[in-house]
Design a protein around this ligand. Structure first.
Ligand code: NAD
Length: 255
């Protein structure tokens, strides 16, 4: 029996590096999953899971900054799987720009995607979870929300805000038996850091070597190493955990 048997989960950012792994792993542990991301159609492993007979995964595409989408995601969970127990709010964007060069548009967009959307998606999800007698919400924050990095002011502010959102939500939602926690990954081997490094227009290998060296483990994280913690927090094994902000960063924030 899987750790998420009879649970229904929403996973955002489901087509990204960590999202694809999260959807597969949650399903392998017995969950039914509503996967959501920007693209109108799923791809990769998510697309395979959606196309299976009696699929454990339903997909809905759209921009999470569109408020009307949020209710439709939760409605899909109810229509297809009869309820909602877990939200892994995993989507995110990165702006890698020096503080003095970050534009108003870049700041607004990173806050809208990384902070406003998780706030509002959690709100509609928690309303449904409260009807089921409880649930678990996990925010994918970042080590950039715990410590300062150059070129990460906007991203770090959004992710620091997200960590604090998890703590605050935990206090408001405890009476509904909804646990809320945040994970703070170090640099994870997904398309996100690739895009960041490409945007810098400098020697890719040397920047990656530098990023690896920031971790005590001297390497980047693998998506499954982050998803393992999300999975644990989603499951009843974490029944005494709420309001926690957990670095999953190969020791980066310990230095
Ligand atoms: N990769 C890293 O080094 C790293 C480190 C710390 C934290 N994180 C966080 O982990 C999470 C997952 O990132 P990843 O590494 O898988 O990167 P990724 O870029 O592969 O995936 C992010 C996903 O979020 C989706 N997304 C972005 N904006 C959206 C929007 N407005 N509406 C709907 N979906 C949207 C993207 O389409 C993408 O599929 C993000 O929140 C990210 O900030 C990543």
């Amino acid at each position: 029996m899987g750790r998420l048997e009879n649970k229904v989960a929403i996973i955002s950012g489901a087509l990204g590096g960590q999202g694809q792994v999260a959807v597969s792993r949650f399903v392998a542990e017995g969950a039914k999953v509503v996967a959501t991301d920007m693209s109108p159609e799923p791809d990769g492993r998510v697309a395979e899971l959606v196309s299976e007979t009696d699929a454990a995964v339903a997909y809905i595409g759209g921009d999470l900054c569109d408020y009307s989408l949020l209710g439709r995601i939760v409605e899909l969970a109810i229509a297809r799987f009869s309820g909602l127990d877990i939200l892994f709010s995993n989507h995110g964007i990165m702006v890698g720009k020096p503080f003095l060069e970050t534009t108003v548009e870049e700041l607004d967009s990173v806050l809208a995607v990384n902070l406003r959307a998780p706030f509002l998606l959690s709100q509609v999800a928690a309303r449904e979870m409260s009807k089921r007698g409880g649930g678990s919400i996990i925010h994918n924050s970042s080590v950039g929300g715990l410590v300062g990095f150059p070129t990460m002011a906007a991203y770090g502010a959004s992710k620091g805000g997200l960590a604090q959102l998890a703590r605050s939500m935990a206090t408001d939602l405890a009476e509904y038996n909804i646990r809320v926690n945040a994970i703070c990954p170090g640099v994870v081997d997904t398309p996100m850091p690739e895009r960041y490094v490409e945007g810098l227009g400098v020697n890719k290998e040397s920047v990656f070597a530098e990023m690896e060296g920031m971790h005590l483990m001297n390497r980047l994280g693998r998506p499954e190493e982050i998803v393992n913690v999300a999975l644990f927090l989603a499951s009843d094994e974490a029944s005494f955990m709420t309001g926690a902000v957990i670095p999953v960063d190969g020791g980066l924030s310990a230095i």
